[in-house]
Design a protein around this ligand. Structure first.
Ligand code: PBE
Length: 307
């Protein structure tokens, strides 16, 4: 009995607390009508960012200066960014995120890039494969499959979609490789077949570096599956920050990574490591970064964020 009363009291207090919090929050920006709210107010004065090492965060800091935006760029991760995006869309609110394609979010929600008339975010880019110096001599087949790795929008899109749907990157990659044997066969060195699996991968260990970005997870897990289950190498996947990915590979602490966005997004990282790594060229063309909003947001350009 006493317990029940306590519970009722706690719940009542909680409701009171929530009402007053919401009340206060609304009070700051409450305007007589929706039309009177500034664009900045509608976005809560925030741009939802990701991990600070990402190239898109550096570009976004630059965008704040170039467009003279009085917004706060929030740090987080790919996962927290999409969680915030989802919540805003569920509530029909305005939200601006650091966004990029390829990414599964475009297949899930109706989104748009804001125009970037000053070109701060650059043009379309390629996603390149980078390997350590000496890989070609040490593990020629590994080098070859990394060099051959190449896919299009529908391929990486379905790989990311599966990972999101299954909630398990490893299972998703296995399934994707199983479903796309012709394409995978075009990457494999002589003597391998995408339909023939190795029971006990026991060749040399290959270390793949990646960052927790949806696209990087899909690329890396698919290549890990190919190296392990079809080619028989032991594979270690190391999740690191963007800077550590470049520096680690340059120092020989990994063998390859598949998520170099060039020439702009990772241009600076690439300059720093110079020829201490080997660039095997694009696996994907037409990648893009920028500021992304739900399609129902009625501005179209970064410049309008100031309105
Ligand atoms: N991204 C995804 C990365 C590269 C891949 C756009 C978030 C970045 O901004 O560095």
């Amino acid at each position: 009995m006493l317990k029940k009363k306590k519970l009722v009291l706690i719940l009542t207090l909680l409701v009171f607390a929530m009402v007053s919090v919401v009340g206060c929050g609304g009070g700051e920006t409450a305007e007589p009508s929706d039309g009177a709210q500034s664009v900045k107010d509608k976005f809560g004065g925030r741009i939802i960012g990701i991990d600070p090492g990402a190239g898109i965060m550096v570009a976004s800091e630059k965008a704040l200066v170039e467009y003279d935006l009085d917004y706060e760029l929030m740090e987080g991760s790919d996962a927290t960014m999409v969680a915030t995006l989802k919540q805003a869309i569920d509530n029909n609110e305005w939200v601006a995120v650091t966004g990029w394609a390829p990414h599964w979010k475009f297949a899930t929600w109706d989104l748009k890039f804001l125009d970037d008339p000053k070109g701060v975010y650059g043009e379309a880019e390629t996603i390149n494969t980078i390997v350590r110096q000496g890989l070609k001599e040490d593990l020629p087949e590994v080098y070859e499959v990394c060099d051959n790795f190449s896919w299009g929008d529908a391929d990486i899109g379905s790989a990311m979609g599966l990972a999101d749907e299954l909630g398990d990157d490893v299972l998703a990659a296995r399934q994707w490789v199983q479903d796309n044997q012709d394409l995978v066969n075009s990457w494999l060195p002589e003597g391998y077949d995408a339909g023939t699996l190795v029971d006990n991968p026991s060749k040399e260990e290959v270390t793949l570096l990646y960052v927790e970005w949806a696209c990087a997870r899909a690329e890396t897990n698919v290549m890990a599956d190919v190296l392990k289950n079809i080619m028989g190498y032991e594979v270690e996947m190391m999740s690191v920050g963007a800077a550590a990915m470049y520096q680690g590979l340059a120092a020989g602490e990994g063998d390859a990574f598949f998520t170099a966005w060039l020439p702009v997004t990772h241009g600076e990282y690439m300059n720093q490591v110079g020829d201490k790594v080997e660039d095997l060229g694009p696996s994907y063309e037409g990648a893009r970064i920028g500021l992304v909003v739900p399609a129902y947001v009625d501005i179209d350009s970064i410049e309008e964020l100031n309105n």
